[in-house]
Design a protein around this ligand. Structure first.
Ligand SMILES: C[S@@+](CC[C@H](N)C(=O)[O-])C[C@H]1O[C@@H](n2cnc3c(N)ncnc32)[C@H](O)[C@@H]1O
Length: 273
């Protein structure tokens, strides 16, 4: 199986075209942020195979991720699965072998879409799936450090297992619940990875102290007004004593993690007894 994966990725690299510093990225879905935008050659790129390309960039067009997309700090492309559909009706699904409810995404259709999406990239392939490994900050960090991601967004009962096996696709879950499709999960994963890219979040320090970055949940946050409906901000936060503030935040982060996430607390204590 590993040889097949090497074949797929090896196939992608030699075909890669070099671009100038800025180029225009074509997409099968002609929406403003997906087309005619500056795309920095070598910038982290997310490609999403989906039956619903019109759902992208979706929430990724807003705020910091949207600004970074406009500025070419990362690229987004959709691959419309329907275009790879079989026959006159461009069929993408069929009934489950062995019977049962629902429909399954066809191996031949998805296989062709994957080969198309992977033709100019060595990025890892991931399939958003409730059966996958639960997404966490460490995975997000790993994905953000690579060249990008090719994501498969499922629908119906999911994807024919042979495609997952043949391409050695990593399955990634957003959590222990089932959604109707992978598009929201894909956007969540892309958002989390993009905000770790250099230059996307203006103040890099705001990423450093965040939940999970140091193995703890983040301390509680407050802002003005100092008094609201009879509730005051903890005195230490308005004391001007930076050391005391740092100590309070660390203690609160440890308390919250201990109370809410015994799994994280155990790992943190084992690492730093
Ligand atoms: C209705 S779900 C299929 C569920 C599948 N029959 C099962 O029981 O595991 C359709 C698609 O939604 C996406 N999806 C649903 N829940 C998800 C989750 N928790 N994390 C990531 N993707 C999810 C996947 O892409 C999946 O192929």
């Amino acid at each position: 199986m590993a040889a097949l994966c090497l074949y797929v990725h090896g196939m992608n690299v030699p075909g890669a075209r070099s671009h100038g510093q800025l180029s225009i990225s074509a997409s099968s879905a002609p929406r403003d942020l997906l087309t005619d935008r500056p795309s920095r050659a070598g910038a982290w790129t997310a490609k999403v195979i989906t039956l619903f390309p019109e759902t992208f960039p979706g929430v990724l067009a807003a705020s910091l991720t949207g600004k970074a997309l406009t500025e070419g700090l990362w690229n987004l492309e959709t691959v419309d699965l329907r275009q790879f559909g079989a026959g006159k009706h461009r069929s993408v699904d069929d009934t489950p072998s062995g019977g049962g409810a629902g429909m399954v995404l066809r191996a031949d259709v998805m296989g062709n879409a994957i080969r198309h999406a992977c033709r100019e990239t060595a990025s890892p392939l991931a399939y958003l799936s409730p059966r996958g490994r639960r997404l966490d900050q460490r995975m997000v960090q790993r994905f953000s450090e690579g060249p990008g991601l090719v994501l498969i967004s499922g629908r119906f009962e999911g994807l024919d297992q042979r495609v997952i096996d043949r391409f050695c696709i990593e399955e990634v879950s957003l959590g222990d619940f089932v959604m109707t499709g992978g598009e929201i999960a894909a956007q969540a994963l892309i958002d989390a990875a993009v905000r770790l890219l250099p230059g996307v979040v203006g103040n890099a320090a705001s990423i450093e102290g965040e939940s999970f970055s140091n193995g703890l949940l983040e301390h509680p946050q407050y802002t003005r007004p100092a008094s609201w409906e009879g509730c005051d901000i903890p005195d230490v936060l308005t004391s001007g004593d930076h050391q005391a503030v740092a100590k309070w935040r660390q203690q609160e982060a440890e308390r919250l993690t201990r109370e809410r996430r015994p799994d994280l607390w155990q790992a943190y204590s084992d690492k730093d007894p």
